[in-house]
Ligand binder design. Structure first.
Ligand code: SF4
Length: 504
């Protein structure tokens, strides 16, 4: 399949009926000094954060739309401006070899140094579409305090792309580290060596999306270029960081055997065989919707190729309930970690990450036992509201956003519903007065129908359908109305589509 990108310049911010997508962008009006600035002559500045090295005139913005030139100085416009903080699990970030099943606090922001035609976070990565109502304001202290209060040990810098949030990421990650938190960086990693150097003191884990090893692919589909991504990945591995690599396998574009072989070969040559590799299932999105999800047989074939080449552990992403997401011992074949979607259970590893049966190291890092979410078998009195959600089509996870508008502390309870007699107990999240908290619930078993929720008085709940991992939905079901779309997230990108057509 080839793709016609001629109409890529046709981006606009209007719906087909002429209504503006973006209502207000007050968030752009406040800025602060940015790092990695070079002052040029004639009042221009150069940004050294990403390989674009934008030279920006007074009053203009760089490619990412969130860094610009104000008064002859490089500024950042998105410091502390975020999508809603969200509790997820570490599997959301294509990280399978660090604390399986660990809760993380995911943080995403506005803008991106790339503009991939299939971006599944285009509503936040492309700054011109970001409306004020989807922007939340946090300080580094608030982020760290939220994580600690909810018993979360990992801050995850993710979604649109953390590169363009550099100053806030560095400040908050440093503060979190002081408080004993671990930092995870999930990125397409189109970043300069200087940018990487500034991250290294703060980050523990890097989950890097290498979309292809073909330079033409990068130019054609991402607007970036390949070499800096590869160099930055080598740089963090060399610095001793935990690294995992993922490749999005796009139907008829990058789901072929050649792509799998080249990615595996590069991991083996330039990284090491124990770096986990993830082949990730694609869904149609943004400007690339006239196509289908990646076929599972092609993903399985990609995995076989990488394993045969010598990569130790190769996983499939966005594929549910299969052995391709589990971790097995490379020595004796014992099931070490069982996974279903974004849920994981450690089955047979000791605290040193060795197989319990044959003692072979698994290269999976295990953290000491964490605080578990509290549970009750029956609901207390005073529950005023119930909601149920049924998993359907490709919707197998849900963001639940709860606002405590009551006069005292409140709780949101949830449990899983199953076919047959299986019963779950109620877990709950404690919310301070005035607190807004968002967390993911993900399908855990083929027999699970969906979650149900119950809340105490004063708590308002919104549900957001999630398509695949690391997707941040901006609109709630309550805003969209009855959810009927199982194939691509809503809202659809209203601008021009690229045309995908079979190669001749
Ligand atoms: S981060 Fe990259 S895209 Fe944004 S202004 Fe700097 S060099 Fe340009």
């Amino acid at each position: 399949m080839s793709i016609n990108l001629d109409d890529r310049a046709g981006d606009d911010d209007r719906m087909a009926d002429g209504e503006k997508i973006v209502k207000t962008q007050e968030w752009r009006q406040a800025w602060r000094a940015a790092r990695l600035e070079e002052r040029l002559t004639n009042g221009m500045v150069r940004c050294h954060l990403s390989p674009r090295q934008c030279c920006i005139k007074e009053g203009r913005n760089g490619f990412c739309g969130v860094r610009g030139n104000r008064g002859g100085r490089l500024v950042t416009m998105n410091y502390g401006k975020s999508v809603h903080l969200t509790e997820e699990t570490i599997e959301t970030e294509a990280v399978n070899h660090f604390a399986p099943g660990e809760p993380i606090l995911s943080l995403g922001n506005i803008g991106c140094m790339l503009n991939c035609v299939y971006c599944h976070n285009w509503k936040t990565s492309q700054a011109r579409y970001v409306d004020d109502r989807h922007v939340y304001h946090y300080t580094p202290e608030q982020v760290v305090e939220t994580a600690l209060r909810h018993g979360i040990r990992v801050l995850s810098w993710t979604y649109n792309d953390p590169v363009v949030w550099h100053e806030f990421v560095c400040d908050t990650a440093a503060l979190g580290r002081k408080a004993g938190l671990i930092n995870l960086y999930k990125s397409a990693f189109f970043i300069s060596p200087e940018g990487v150097e500034e991250l290294l003191p703060h980050m523990d884990i890097f989950s890097i999306s290498i979309k292809s090893i073909d330079p033409h692919y990068y130019k054609k589909y991402t607007t970036g270029w390949l070499e800096p991504v590869l160099e930055a990945t080598k740089q963090v591995l060399l610095a001793g960081k935990h690294v995992e690599v993922s490749t999005l396998m796009i139907t008829d574009i990058s789901d072929d055997e050649g792509t799998a072989a080249k990615v595996a070969d590069w991991v083996l040559r330039e990284l090491k065989p124990t770096v986990p590799l993830h082949f990730v299932r694609f869904h149609p999105d943004y400007k690339l919707r006239n196509t289908t999800r990646t076929s599972i047989p092609r993903l399985v074939r990609a995995r076989e190729i990488a394993i045969a080449a010598g990569v130790d552990q190769v996983y499939l992403g966005n594929v549910f309930g299969s052995e391709w997401t589990n971790t097995y011992c490379r020595g004796c074949g014992t099931l070490l970690v069982r996974r279903f979607g974004l849920n994981a259970t450690v089955e047979a590893l000791d605290l040193q990450g060795r197989c319990l049966k044959c003692k072979r190291p698994s290269n999976v890092r295990i953290l000491p036992e964490r605080r578990r979410r509290p549970r009750v078998s029956t609901l207390p009195a005073g529950i005023s509201q119930f909601k149920v959600f049924d998993w359907h089509g490709d919707i197998r996870s849900l963001h639940v956003q709860a606002l405590n508008a009551g006069q005292q502390e409140g709780r949101i309870f949830y449990r899983r519903r199953f076919t047959g007699a299986q019963q779950d107990t109620w877990r709950f999240v404690q919310l301070e007065r005035g607190e807004s908290y968002r967390f993911i619930v993900a399908k855990s078993d083929n027999n699970e129908i969906g979650p149900e929720f119950a809340v105490s008085e004063g708590i308002r709940v919104a549900q957001h359908e999630v398509f695949d991992r690391a997707h941040f939905p901006t609109l709630a079901i309550e805003e969209i109305g009855e959810a009927t779309n199982d194939r691509s997230p809503l809202p659809f990108f209203p601008g021009n589509q690229v045309v995908a057509r079979a190669q001749t």
